[in-house]
Design a protein around this ligand. Structure first.
Ligand code: EAX
Length: 308
């Protein structure tokens, strides 16, 4: 009897950003690596632009096995794995090197391991970037300028608190709804890294960008336990290598956009305020730290500060 080639297993990989984004660069590296290492036993289909839903919905999808791999920001993750909220504290990291170093350390590994207590597989920390504020109304130079501004935040309690403390009116919303909400004026502003602002053409609906860099936004490559728990060691290793390749490619693209993105946004008509003094912003969001530590303690925060 002739040997039949076994049908390839198709892996669905979801994310919220466009197919020109840094997440897509990461998704392509994941696909290329997994298909190569497995010699075609696994194929990968990328579902970009939130076609499988927002980040919260996709994380739920991993838990029930309707999606296999997701690249997501840490935005909604704390709702599932509260231990990750520490990473969402504003002004925790000062530089990309510092953030990457912490996420690549035993601290990052420990947080990845926590995912399995919540029906998720933490494969690798990836990157979204330092977040900045955009809006349609006015130039923002200090926290006082955000007074009353309706700012879309991610569905993240720490971020919402920080914007409340700044004086803005935070409105949590899933990313796939954001462009239309800005267009229709349901919200005045939003905050995201240069990577996302570029990938989403936000200049079409936002005139002002202030380089506040108020929080580092990690991304994570998450897997579904329903898929990954069924793999043998060799197969699981291919997935882990694919996730690592995805992170390398994504970080490289984030770094490129950090160098080139602002000029591109200006060329597309955005007014960019670059010389922001972070001190008043830092001071304004300080209560978010107190609220966080009273709820979750300061052990992990202290360890991150020691390492960073
Ligand atoms: O992960 O929701 C957000 O603003 C995120 O930065 C975006 O979905 C990319």
């Amino acid at each position: 009897m002739a040997l039949q080639a076994q049908a390839a297993t198709n892996i669905s990989l979801g994310h919220t950003l466009s197919s020109t984004s840094h997440y897509s660069v990461g998704a392509e590296a994941f696909k290329e690596t997994l298909e190569r290492l497995s010699d075609g036993a696994f194929t990968v289909t990328e579902h970009a632009s939130g076609s499988l839903g927002g980040e919260r919905e996709m994380i739920e999808g991993l838990q029930i096995g309707t999606v296999d791999v997701v690249i997501t920001s840490s935005g909604p993750l704390g709702n599932f794995v509260p231990e990750t909220y520490v990473l969402d504290l504003p002004f925790l990291f000062e530089s990309y090197d510092q953030a990457r170093c912490v996420l690549d350390s035993d601290i990052g590994d420990e947080l990845l391991a926590k995912m399995s207590d919540h029906g998720l597989v933490g494969m690798a920390w990836s990157e979204n970037g330092f977040r900045h504020l955009t809006n349609s109304q006015r130039e923002i130079a200090s926290p006082a300028d955000t007074e009353g501004l309706r700012v879309r935040t991610m569905e993240n309690a720490v971020h919402q608190e920080a914007f409340r403390q700044m004086g803005a009116r935070p409105t949590p919303m899933a990313f796939p709804e954001l462009f239309t909400a800005l267009q229709q004026g349901t919200v005045d502003g939003q905050e995201n890294p240069i990577t996302v602002i570029v990938a989403t053409n936000f200049w079409e609906v936002q005139d002002y960008l202030s380089l506040t860099g108020h929080v580092y936004s990690p991304a994570i490559v998450l897997g579904s336990p329903i898929l990954l728990d069924g793999l043998n060691d060799e197969e699981r290793d291919w997935f882990m290598q694919a996730a690592a390749a995805s992170v390398d490619a994504t970080r490289e693209e984030v770094s490129r956009l950090e160098r080139e993105g602002v000029a591109l946004l200006e060329a597309n008509g955005m007014t960019v305020k670059t010389d922001i003094d972070p001190a008043p912003f830092q001071q304004a969001v300080e209560p978010a730290y107190e609220i966080f530590t009273s709820q979750y303690g300061s052990d992990m925060l202290d360890r991150i500060r020691e390492k960073a």
